[in-house]
Write a protein that binds this ligand. Structure first.
Ligand code: PLP
Length: 383
């Protein structure tokens, strides 16, 4: 089911983005319409336009492709906003307990982001920065539907920028989220529903009626863009730094922002040798932060994903506990789902020799209620 309208312009721009990533070079366009398209593509890529009139091909690196990723050596930051965007890359760590022989497994730890301790800090920053760039000095109330992480990221960005946010949480999310978000200064509303396209549509309508602005992580291209300009590029730099033979990336799908950007980037730049696997909750189940593809995703429609793997919440919890007990990392439920999906792919013989990157979106602290219920259930079964 296609719940998002096909955006022909976006398709054209992302087609050009893929072509540029594949070739690794850019040439100055010859017509104004080509120039307009190129400028849009370069904005997604985060690099400068080649000097006009010069007809030679410029390598992406000559146009500042990697310049935005510049962490300070001794981690001194001038503001908490800098603490976010100048602290990237988030760490990439080899997990010995998941690696075996010539198959090496690495985790990209998104809980190293400072505000929501999740991958969502990236889009909170990107969507608010983009909004303020287009509406300088705006004092409007920001609206968003969230399963906690985007809400925390937006509350933090709002605090930094002197704005206010109104957040709508689905019923299925842990109770602690209300307190966390209120402490961070957000106005919080619970909706007795799961996070569906209809739910997001209702928040859109409310924002319109009440004169606010709905950032809408599900449709806002600043989401996809930040993952292309930062998440994917920084992983590329890390893969090169560690001389990995990258064979696959596994990641959860919520808005589809981070996995779609990683897929577009790595498949365009390195071809089919890099497989990309998405993870969704098994039918009729809930894993916070990720959703079933048929519930509506925007960017996934413009990229190639090799396979989407179903994971049951109990499998996600079991693998999160396994990682905690073998690696000392207390990871969130969608991270556990990513590990479970990787193990399913391995059991099917789809994991080859080489390096695999698993994206861990967040930390386990937000899911203490779910972990607690799981442990109690296990203990009562063993009595
Ligand atoms: N995992 C968690 C914990 C999340 O909060 C999210 C997004 O809400 C995801 C995974 C999925 O990320 P994306 O929205 O980039 O698909």
């Amino acid at each position: 089911m296609q719940l998002f309208k096909r955006d022909e312009r976006l398709e054209l721009v992302l087609g050009l983005v893929a072509e540029i990533l594949k070739k690794g070079v850019v040439r100055c366009p010859s017509t104004p319409s080509e120039e307009e398209l190129l400028l849009e593509a370069l904005d997604f890529l985060g690099c400068r336009c080649p000097p006009c009139g010069d007809k030679r091909e410029y390598a992406l690196e000559e146009l500042g492709f990697f310049e935005e990723i510049s962490p300070p050596r001794f981690r001194v930051f001038q503001s908490t906003e800098e603490l976010l965007y100048r602290n990237w890359p988030t760490p990439l760590v080899r997990l010995a307990s998941l690696s075996s022989g010539s198959q090496r497994v690495w985790a990209k730890l998104e809980f190293f982001n400072p505000f929501s301790m999740s991958v969502k800090d990236r889009i909170g920053w990107s969507m608010v920065s983009d909004f303020l760039a287009r509406n300088p000095g705006a004092r409007v109330l920001l609206y968003e539907a969230t399963s906690t992480n985007t809400g925390m990221a937006l509350a933090a960005m709002a605090a930094i920028k002197g704005l206010k946010v109104k957040l709508y949480l689905p019923a299925t999310i842990q109770r602690a989220s209300d307190t966390i978000l209120r402490v961070m200064g957000a106005e919080v509303h619970r909706v007795p529903k799961t996070l569906t396209v209809e739910f997001v549509g209702e928040v859109d309508e409310l924002a319109r009626r009440e004169g606010g602005y709905h950032l809408n992580q599900f449709e806002n291209n600043a989401n996809f863009k930040v993952h292309l300009r930062y998440t994917a590029k920084e992983l590329d730099l890390q893969v090169r730094e560690a001389s990995l033979s990258l064979r696959g990336i596994v990641g959860g799908i919520g808005t589809s922002g981070h996995l779609s950007a990683l897929s577009l980037y790595f498949k365009s730049r390195y071809g089919k040798s890099v497989r990309v696997y998405g993870v969704q909750p098994a039918p009729g189940t809930v894993i916070p932060g990720i959703r079933r593809v048929e519930s509506g995703m925007k960017w996934l429609h413009y990229v190639e994903v090799d396979r989407v793997v179903d994971v049951h919440p109990d499998e996600a919890i079991k693998h999160a506990i396994r990682v905690a007990r073998s690696e000392g990392l207390f990871i969130g439920l969608s991270s556990g789902a990513v590990v479970a999906a990787f193990e399913k792919l391995r059991a099917e013989g789809l994991v080859e020799e080489g390096d695999y990157v698993l994206v861990f979106p967040d930390h386990g602290f937000k899911y203490v209620e779910q972990f607690s219920a799981f442990l109690e259930r296990e203990e009562s079964q063993h009595k």
